[in-house]
Design a protein around this ligand. Structure first.
Ligand SMILES: NC(=O)c1ccc[n+]([C@@H]2O[C@H](COP(=O)([O-])OP(=O)(O)OC[C@H]3O[C@@H](n4cnc5c(N)ncnc54)[C@H](OP(=O)(O)O)[C@@H]3O)[C@@H](O)[C@H]2O)c1
Length: 318
């Protein structure tokens, strides 16, 4: 349905994943797809009012995406979450889910189309879905690294390409990429993860410049360690006892997983997301995490490179 023409009923959960659901007792409303102004039909008058902003949060079934989706839904945003198993999560959580597989361009296109068919507009994309990958760089299968780039870099890029035409049409739109503080440096046994995140950050910096005049705001939000299910979903290059890296890799894996388990509550990211949404001119990059993690990128630029490397090696006991 094209919202510039149609009458829709807009109240929080009134949107469904398959069609526009008309709530019992909802207010009849006409939505202007470009301005975001909703005309609410009262008994005698059509009153203009700001409509709830429409947001897609990829990877909303768990961790940072779920915390963000629950918060935004509670605060009146029209939230569409995504998952590779939407039916499973739709029953558990109070906002609709759409199918999305980051490595599948068709699913990306149909996810965005489905939202636009139901609402006629899209105000915010939170490009959050992603996974981890670990392994010694000498041994890691590069096919796995390519697959990882499909999920953590090209998928989010395709998502951006899919939403930009509508955002340009609206002359307004906000895209927040959830990247990682790990993008600041090559971390041991996490080279592929750091590389995919930094590649996404750089491409987004370019898009930011290119799309500024169309009213698009785009920024990177880099978390440190947060409690989530990332360790369970991570791709692990096998721990091979014959490998010369066995002991170092095993130690690093234990350390990485411990850091996530002892990480910050995912709800903390929500404050920064709210801050970004409220500001007219977001920074290029935000960081959220423990003070030392946030400081690490700064230290890398300030300290002589070999001293910074020595600190990293001490930290990871290499
Ligand atoms: N937790 C941390 O410490 C941390 C630190 C830095 C950056 N990050 C980043 O934060 C984001 C969220 O991670 P998280 O920690 O919240 O992890 P999580 O709890 O494992 O959640 C990951 C989300 O991504 C979705 N997802 C995974 N693979 C996908 C794929 N191939 N296609 C589409 N969706 C997929 C999952 O949905 P389904 O499985 O339901 O499809 C899930 O909702 C990621 O981009 C991650 O790299 C996390």
């Amino acid at each position: 349905m094209n919202s510039t023409e149609g009458l829709i009923f807009a109240t929080g959960k009134s949107y469904t994943t398959s069609s526009c659901r008309i709530p019992q007792g909802g207010n009849a409303a006409r939505v202007d797809g470009c301005s975001g102004v909703m005309w609410v039909a009262c008994p005698f008058l059509l009153i203009p009012t700001r409509m709830s902003e429409v947001v897609i949060i990829t990877g909303a079934s768990s961790g940072l995406g779920l915390a963000t989706a629950l918060h935004m839904h509670k605060n009146g945003y029209v939230v569409f979450g995504t998952s590779r198993n939407p039916e499973k999560y739709e029953k558990q959580f109070p906002f609709p889910f759409l199918f999305l597989e980051n490595a599948d361009p068709v699913s990306i296109q149909s996810c965005v189309e489905s939202v636009l068919n139901q609402t006629g507009r899209l105000d915010i994309l939170i490009n959050n879905a992603g996974v981890g990958i670990t392994g010694p760089m000498e041994e890691i299968d590069l096919t796995d690294v390519k697959d990882h780039f499909e999920i953590n870099c090209f998928g989010p890029m395709r998502m951006i390409q899919a939403v930009l035409p509508q955002m340009r049409k609206q002359k307004k739109g906000l895209i927040i990429n959830i990247t990682s503080i790990a993008a600041d440096m090559g971390l041991p046994f996490r080279g592929a993860y750091s590389a995919a995140k930094v590649a996404l950050e750089r491409m987004s910096e370019s898009i930011r410049l290119e799309s500024h005049s169309f009213g698009i705001r785009i920024c990177n939000l880099a978390p440190g360690d947060f409690v989530s299910n990332i360790a369970q979903r991570r791709h692990y290059a096998p721990l091979d006892k014959e490998s010369p890296y066995f002991e170092m890799y095993k130690f690093s894996l234990d350390q990485i997983n411990e850091h996530v388990d002892k990480g910050i509550d995912p709800n903390h990211i929500v404050r920064t997301i709210e801050e970004i949404i409220k500001t007219k001119k977001p920074k290029v990059r935000y960081k959220v995490g423990a003070p030392l993690q946030k400081l690490s990128g700064v230290l890398k630029t300030l300290l002589p490179s070999r001293i910074f490397e020595k600190l990293l090696m001490n930290h990871y006991k290499l």
